[in-house]
Design a protein around this ligand. Structure first.
Ligand code: ADP
Ligand code: ASP
Ligand code: MG
Length: 405
């Protein structure tokens, strides 16, 4: 008897018929003599809808109240999934994050998991029940409801799989695996049989929302091998695991697009040692992660700092810049923010191949796409471009590296 964790995303539980489909698939796994923990997301669109309602009432809603609100979406689907299983004669019980002992820190809307006791999940499994766990949520030491960041049900699944030492962790979604690019943008993208944690992490961190980046990070840290597959067919999916030697033969494994980035320019900074340290300390204190950074040496002892952040962090970044200048109004005068898209190529083979950046830049140049910022790491090259050029950029890059099927 194996213990299997199966996570179903928002589209997979999008309506009553789809929840019934999930219950059917879970039943198949139970009938094959397995113990099953099911992790579900909110119905697709529900989390966004709740956020929109909150923002209609208050443009900067209190983050504790936000978590109280957002955790509701997953609580609906755990109960409905349990009911669908009961209707098929399968014993099942739902559990919230708190009931499963998912203990997090108190960083509301982006909490980090500290530990997982599992609550009574093992007891329920041993009593022959399927346990249905609410994704995306946990609880702080003082019992506050917390959420794990957008896409956080992936993290819930990986983390519970690690805590229970599950034999298999399956991430069911609306695509049948990880492709060389988002198949919605590049219809002839190719499905990958396997991908390394490191590449999956870079793709996820660069906007491929097929997996939440923190979930991949957690999986790598605890050695949880997982499979991304479809809830709508039985095709084999993509296995995500430690790098194998042959993986280096491939230079570029995939292209990622992140349209939710903001380019921030902080102007007229004193051009002297310690300025960057102080500015970015202030930004880090606001819990904002910064991605690409460029400093332009200005005139008269002043410099400009340009960097990118996730669009949701723009407001907190602006407050941090105001704090840095020590005066709200003055800070605002030195701060500008524009929407930007970030396109990245990822591949462990980049460590051993040359000319990759040149090929990337050439492909964009030939499509007349202007590059605003560039950043590179050992296995990734990213460029910031105008949002209107984003999808075209993904397609030309995908073609230039011959990634199509
Ligand atoms: P879920 O609700 O199941 O968590 P998501 O919408 O979060 O699903 O993630 C699945 C989506 O990720 C797909 O519909 C696809 O459009 C998108 N996606 C982005 N990049 C990729 C990629 N490289 N491979 C597969 N899907 C991708
Ligand atoms: N419902 C949450 C979200 O939309 C978590 C998830 O779906 O993984 O971000
Ligand atoms: Mg998701």
């Amino acid at each position: 008897m194996a213990l299997i964790v199966q996570k179903f995303g928002g589209t997979s539980v999008g309506d009553v018929e789809r929840i019934r489909n999930v219950a059917r698939r879970v039943k198949e796994t139970v009938d094959a003599n397995n113990q099953v923990v099911v992790v579900v997301s909110a119905r697709s669109g529900v989390t966004n809808e709740l956020i929109a309602r909150a923002k209609a009432l208050n443009p900067h809603p209190d983050e504790r109240e936000m978590d109280m609100l957002l955790s509701v979406g997953e609580q609906e689907t755990i109960a409905l999934t349990a009911m669908a299983l009961h209707a098929m004669g399968v014993p099942a019980a739902s559990r919230t994050g708190a009931q499963a002992g998912i203990l997090t820190d108190i960083r509301h809307t982006r909490a980090r998991i500290r530990s997982i006791s599992g609550g009574d999940i093992s007891a329920q499994l041993n009593a022959g029940k399927v346990v249905i766990l609410a994704g995306f949520q946990g609880s702080s030491e003082t019992g506050q409801v917390t959420t794990l960041g957008r896409g956080g049900s992936d993290l819930s699944a990986i983390a519970i799989a690690a805590a229970l030492k599950a034999d298999i962790c399956q991430i069911y979604t609306d695509v049948d695996g990880v492709y060389t690019a988002d198949p919605r943008i590049v219809p002839n993208a190719r499905k990958l049989k396997t991908i390394s944690y490191e590449e999956m992490l870079e793709l996820a961190s660069s906007g491929s929302k097929v997996m939440q980046n923190r979930a991949v990070e957690f999986a790598q840290k605890f050695g949880v091998i997982f499979e991304v597959r479809s809830s709508f067919n039985h095709n084999p999916g993509t296995i995500v695991k430690e790098e194998a030697a042959s993986m280096e033969d491939v230079v570029v494994s995939g292209v990622a697009l992140d349209k939710n980035q903001t380019r921030i320019v902080v102007s007229d900074l004193p051009d002297r040692p310690g300025t960057a340290a102080k500015l970015f300390q202030s930004i880090a204190k606001a819990d904002v992660s910064v991605d690409m950074i460029v400093q332009n040496i200005g005139r008269k002892g002043l410099a400009n700092m340009t960097f990118t952040v996730a669009r949701d962090d723009t407001f907190r970044a602006e407050q941090a810049v105001a704090n840095f200048f020590g005066d709200g109004e003055k800070g605002a005068a030195h701060f500008s923010a524009d929407d930007i898209a970030k396109v990245s190529i990822v591949g462990v083979g980049m460590r051993t191949h040359t000319g990759v950046a040149a090929k990337l830049f050439e492909s964009l140049a030939s499509a007349g796409i202007n590059i605003q910022l560039i950043s590179t790491s050992e296995i990734k090259i990213s460029v910031a471009i105008a949002p209107d050029d984003a999808e075209e950029a993904v397609r030309v890059i995908h073609k230039a590296f011959a990634l199509e099927d």
